[in-house]
Design a protein around this ligand. Structure first.
Ligand code: TPP
Ligand code: MG
Length: 587
């Protein structure tokens, strides 16, 4: 607790002098909660996501002052190479998941990580920390609901300091205690005073026992006072003088010191010795970190994609299949060969998924591997990203591509940047049944390849034929990055073809040409491939039809070569002019 306080005092000072990049959010007032909640955890085993007032918890779970100082100074020794500032640090490899700013979004990752580790037989718990403000997010509900439905013991620890930035709790929620919400999820909830570290520690241990017995999550609300403004720039003028004075009386540090003397029986000298050691540690870290220069960008890898070469997988040969069959065959092949693979989605189990592409999979692989999920696309994505960090290989089916927009932050920002931020791959296969032509209306007919192409770190594949569908799903699954496969719904059960796959995934990642032509290069993807091919029939050998197939990262070189030859380019896309990727190809 003292190490956290002293290091942050120095960080505040360095911030005011202009050395700290970004800002500093102070843990002052929260230290008893941060230390008490983290000390019962086993670093490297239990899954945790900490917040911006939890420096003491980072120390308890393995962080060291020097790298953290470098992180705040954004210098060359910063563990994130200054890609990320201040509190956005962690260690995904040891299951202390690095946060994104979006409050609430880390909670479902803890649920998924804990769920995946327990599936492997590990006796682990999750600690998912959130503030009073963050508890108003939809994702808070999605995450705890997921944890209770999937019987995953994650402790949702709410640090209630009565403010979210300047907003008091009266404007945040209406129930007397935030732990009252536990009833709605059929789990245990409790509120305690977070002033005393021993109280917090004991309560967390008791909650772990309850969770071990019930195999359910639980809510522990810890009340505390924020002793400073929201962050270094905030003077907290909205807090009255009386309230500020009362807050100062509720400082957990002098309280803990007194407990050490009066309850634990340490002498003044012993406590002073501990304090001197902390001072020394902070001094040394500052002295070591200050001379480190700013990072030289070219020295670091800046890849957004993890780059493992694809494995060689089981070949396949099917004389006649429709695109929907190709999906099922690919999923069967993956589930058979990779025990870590799990399908997560709505109605993928007994019903066999909305378009029947998962038909029969639950009978063959069981409900543990073909898992029906509640309606919470954002939570499912966070859950899957967390699960991918604990050894699972999730395959997520969005019921319709349209609903992928529910998961924009989780997929686009959290999963997309995960490898870049944490250095750990995030292998996820996302399936998006998409496209119009089935008279399903505006919100069940979108494709959204344009939207998703805008997020660095994601890969996009858009197959048209059964062969391509099979290849795309295998290539996307065995890739160590989040890969989105667009499956046009109109093509599921209308087009038939053969599948000849030799097991080599490397050549799958390329654009497809459907016959040479001389006068015009036509670029089409999804259902428009078939429109283009049928139009081409009327023009002899004039049209050369290309499907980029890998829409992100798109390799335009073969298409440019084609345009050099034909001198003309026509792009055929299904969605509106600015929503797809046609404008990208043309520019
Ligand atoms: C989804 C989202 N909206 C807005 C913000 C900006 N923001 C950062 S911290 C904060 C207040 C958080 O309050 P609380 O959850 O109570 O945590 P505290 O800072 O009090 O510990 C806000 C609004 C954010 N990070 N995420
Ligand atoms: Mg708060």
């Amino acid at each position: 607790m003292l190490l956290s306080r002293r290091l942050e005092d120095r960080l505040m000072e360095l911030y005011r002098k202009g050395y700290v990049k970004g800002t500093v959010t102070s843990s002052a007032g929260h230290e008893a909660i941060a230390a008490g909640m983290s000390l019962p955890l086993r670093p490297g085993r239990d899954v945790a996501s900490l917040l911006h007032r939890d420096l003491a918890a980072h120390f308890a779970l393995g962080a060291k002052p020097y790298p953290l100082l470098c992180q705040y100074l954004a210098n060359a020794e910063s563990p994130t190479h200054a890609r990320e500032g201040n509190c956005h640090h962690g260690d995904a490899a040891s299951r202390r998941l690095p946060m994104i700013s979006h409050l609430g979004k880390m909670l479902s990752l803890v649920v998924g990580g804990t769920w995946a580790a327990r599936r492997k037989g590990e006796d682990v718990f999750g600690l998912a920390v959130i503030g009073d403000g963050g508890s108003s997010t939809g994702e808070f509900h999605e995450a705890i609901n997921l944890a209770s439905v999937h019987r995953t013991p994650v402790l949702f620890l709410i640090e209630n300091n009565r403010y979210a930035f300047s907003t008091p709790t009266s404007a945040q929620y209406h129930c007397p205690r935030l732990s009252d919400r536990a009833h709605g999820y059929g789990v245990v909830g409790r509120t305690i005073d977070g002033l005393d570290v021993w109280t917090v520690y004991t309560a967390v241990c008791e909650m772990l026992d309850v969770m071990r017995a019930d195999l359910l999550p639980a809510i522990l609300e810890c009340t505390c006072s924020r002793l400073q403004g929201h962050a270094a720039y905030d003077k907290a003028e909205y807090v009255s003088e009386e309230e500020a004075a009362e807050n100062r009386r509720r400082d957990p540090l002098p309280y803990a010191r007194q407990q050490l003397l009066e309850v634990c029986g340490l002498s003044d000298g012993q406590v002073a010795q501990l304090e001197a050691e902390v001072e020394e540690e902070v001094q040394q870290a500052v002295a070591q970190a200050m001379p480190v220069p700013r990072p030289q960008a070219p020295k670091y890898p800046w890849d957004v994609y993890a780059g493992d070469p694809p494995p060689v997988v089981r070949p396949a040969s099917v004389r006649k299949a429709k695109n929907g069959d190709a999906v099922r065959l690919a999923l069967e092949s993956i589930l058979s060969d990779c025990p870590e693979a799990v399908i997560l989605g709505m109605d993928v189990g007994r019903y066999g998924s909305a378009f029947k592409t998962c038909k029969g999979l639950i009978d063959r692989f069981g409900p543990e591997r073909v898992v029906d999920m509640p309606i919470c696309e954002s939570g499912i994505l966070g859950f899957s990203l967390g699960a991918s960090q604990a050894g699972a290989r999730p395959i997520v089916e969005f019921q319709f591509a349209d609903f992928s927009t529910e998961a924009v932050s989780q997929l686009g920002l959290n999963a997309g940047t995960w490898y870049f931020r944490s250095g750990c791959p995030a292998p996820l296969l996302l399936r998006l049944p998409c496209g119009g032509g089935l008279t399903m209306g505006a919100f069940h007919s979108g494709e959204f390849e344009g939207l998703w192409s805008r997020f660095p770190g994601l890969k996009l594949l858009y197959p048209a034929t059964p062969q391509e569908t099979f290849e795309a799903l295998l290539a996307g699954f065995y890739d160590p990055n989040p890969c989105l496969v667009f499956e046009h719904k109109l093509l599921y059960w209308s087009k038939t073809g053969e599948i000849e796959f030799d097991g080599d995934l490397e050549p799958v990642w390329r654009a497809r040409c459907y016959g040479e032509g001389t006068d015009v290069t036509v670029v089409a993807f999804g259902a428009m491939v078939y429109e283009a091919l049928s139009a081409a029939q009327g023009f002899g050998s004039a049209m050369e039809v290309w499907n980029p197939f890998v829409l992100q990262p798109m390799d335009l070189a073969p298409i440019i070569d084609s345009v050099r030859k034909t001198g003309r380019l026509l792009v055929v896309q299904e969605c509106g002019a600015t929503q797809g990727l046609g404008n990208h190809v043309i520019s």
